[in-house]
Write a protein that binds this ligand. Structure first.
Ligand code: FAD
Ligand code: NAI
Length: 459
């Protein structure tokens, strides 16, 4: 079986490795850098900066835990260099994995030539035609640009440029209070920028449980981040700095900023592959697929951000594996209800499955167990706060969803995903013994509190 993978991000490179493991002859074509958005300009560099931002926030509170020092400062060039070092190490690691799996790597832009071949249209291998039995499209996504006056002005940037600023902006306005907007607000406010978020919906992070978001909002406000919700950017123009005209609470407000970050969603990056030429069906550029990740052509699959599903690295990788296994005649599907979503604000947010509002909307009768982290020993030791919520079906007591805001939420959520995967009941979670003192104990306590029996809460 000859498989060609188009795109070297977490969808593409994981698919390529799995295909090689299963005995296929594999070529991966990447127009830019192996690792894709995730490793080069997404998950990894943002989390490097968020890690430093978190350390700065911790240092700001160091006196609370008995550490005294005169003053600390930071070295932006070193922060940027460390980001590059971590990215390069991971990218080199992935390249090494591809090579050790005997996968051919072609650096060049690929487009469909026929439904059995790809042609390379730039770079050293320009003109080369690569034939395949099966192809996996994994070309990812790019930032959506919103149609407002001034969007092309210098200083109005996407997340990619915001990861490589030469210096820390004094004032930064972020259009979009979603995941990227919230994480960048966290980064630049820690480094001293005055950050304003302008969100069109009635809440930042509109897809997250309201009770959880209210904790995040409070935290962001306490960091001096200004939040305008139900607000609309009308235009951007330039004076000495950028001026952003915002309609907010029936007024037109002008906010000045050194940089404006547009973080208003992402769109499939499929223009370059000329998929229409061979009759692949799509919806506004997003390639249509079935649950096996197969397009309307039986030998062509599409995984990750480009197929219009959930735009997360772990989803892209899981879809890559599903596509390959189906190509190699192994039945394989994704259990979408086990996909965790994680946001690296401080405190972190993580969720899996349904939240209470979603379950009610679906007509389900649920019980919800809550456990505030102020009653959790480890969180108190760490000087952190937060909340765990468990949503369970009332009759069967099956766990339908877990939402966490607090330290290590993004790691702990794996337990919730496993519980949902195993269709675990609340009682099964309660009777799983959790180590002490850990933040994870609060998941068990929240489960106990579905029945109102949490040990560490007053009656
Ligand atoms: P990509 O990673 O975008 O890879 C696609 C690759 O295809 C690219 O390398 C591109 O150059 C290449 N390509 C495109 N067209 C062609 C062509 N014609 N020929 C050859 N190659 C081509 N997700 C998380 O799960 N956790 C996070 O913490 C997280 N943080 C993020 C932070 C930011 C700032 C951003 C922007 C995204 C973040 N994401 C995160 C989302 C995550 O990066 C994507 O969901 C993930 O990278 C999608 O993987 P993919 O393989 O589908 O596409
Ligand atoms: P998003 O969909 O999370 O948020 C976009 C926000 O912008 C929404 O709240 C939306 O209401 C708002 N918006 C849209 N148009 C607007 C306008 N004109 N004015 C003001 N607000 C507007 O998209 P985002 O943040 O761009 O991220 C894209 C994707 O990248 C995410 O959906 C996520 O899948 C992925 N990502 C994941 C991360 C993680 O897992 N930690 C981190 C960063 C990105």
């Amino acid at each position: 079986m000859r498989i060609v993978v188009l795109g070297g991000g977490p969808g593409g490179y994981v698919a390529a490795i799995r295909a090689a493991q299963l005995g296929a002859e594999v070529t991966i074509i990447e127009k830019n850098k192996i690792g894709g958005t995730c490793l080069n300009i997404g998950c990894v560099p943002t989390k490097v900066l968020l890690h430093t931002a978190e350390m700065i926030e911790n240092l700001n509170c160091a006196e609370d835990i008995g550490i005294k020092f005169d003053k600390f400062t930071f070295d932006w060039d070193r922060v940027m260099n460390r980001k590059i070092e971590v990215v390069n190490q991971l990218v080199d690691g992935v390249k090494g994995l591809l090579i050790s799996n005997n996968i051919e790597i072609i650096i060049g832009l690929g487009e469909f030539n026929t439904d059995k071949s790809i042609i390379i249209t730039n770079g050293e291998e320009c003109g080369k035609i690569i034939e395949f039995d099966a192809c996996i499209i994994a070309v990812g996504s790019e930032s959506s640009i919103i149609p407002i006056k001034g969007i092309n002005l210098e200083g109005v940037v996407t997340s990619e440029e915001a990861l490589s600023f030469k210096e820390i902006p004094g004032k930064m306005l972020i259009i979009g209070g979603g995941v990227i907007g919230s994480e960048f607000a966290e980064i630049y406010s820690a480094f001293g920028s005055k950050v304003t978020i302008v969100e069109m919906a009635d809440s930042i992070l509109p897809m997250i449980d309201k009770e959880i978001v209210s904790i995040t909002r409070e935290k962001l406000l306490s960091k001096n981040i200004q939040i305008m919700e139900s607000a609309r950017v009308l235009e951007i123009y330039k004076k000495d700095s950028l001026i952003v005209k915002v309609e907010f609470e029936d007024e037109i407000i002008e906010v000045d900023a050194d940089k404006v970050l547009v973080a208003a969603g992402r769109k499939a990056n499929t223009d370059s592959i000329k998929f229409e030429k061979i009759g692949i069906k799509s919806n506004r550029g997003m390639i249509n697929v079935d649950t096996n990740m197969r397009t309307n052509l039986k030998n062509i699959y599409a995984v990750g951000d480009c197929n219009g599903g959930i735009m997360l690295a772990h989803v892209a990788s899981a879809e890559g594996i599903v596509a390959v296994e189906n190509i190699m005649n192994i039945k394989s599907e994704i259990d979408f209800k086990t996909i965790p979503s994680t946001i690296y604000t401080k405190p972190e947010i993580a969720s899996v499955g349904m939240d209470e509002a979603e379950a009610i909307k679906k007509g389900l009768k649920v019980n919800v167990g809550r456990f505030p982290l102020m009653a959790n020993g480890k969180s108190l030791i760490m000087g952190e706060e937060g909340l765990v919520k468990i949503v369970a079906e009332r009759e069967t007591e099956e766990i339908l969803g877990v939402q966490i805001i607090g330290p290590r939420a993004t790691d702990i959520i794996a337990e919730g995903a496993l519980a949902i995967r195993l269709e675990a009941t609340v009682n099964e979670l309660i009777t799983t013994i959790h180590a002490h003192p850990t933040v994870s104990e609060s998941v068990m306590e929240a489960a106990t509190n579905v029945f109102g029996h949490a040990i560490h809460l007053p009656r």
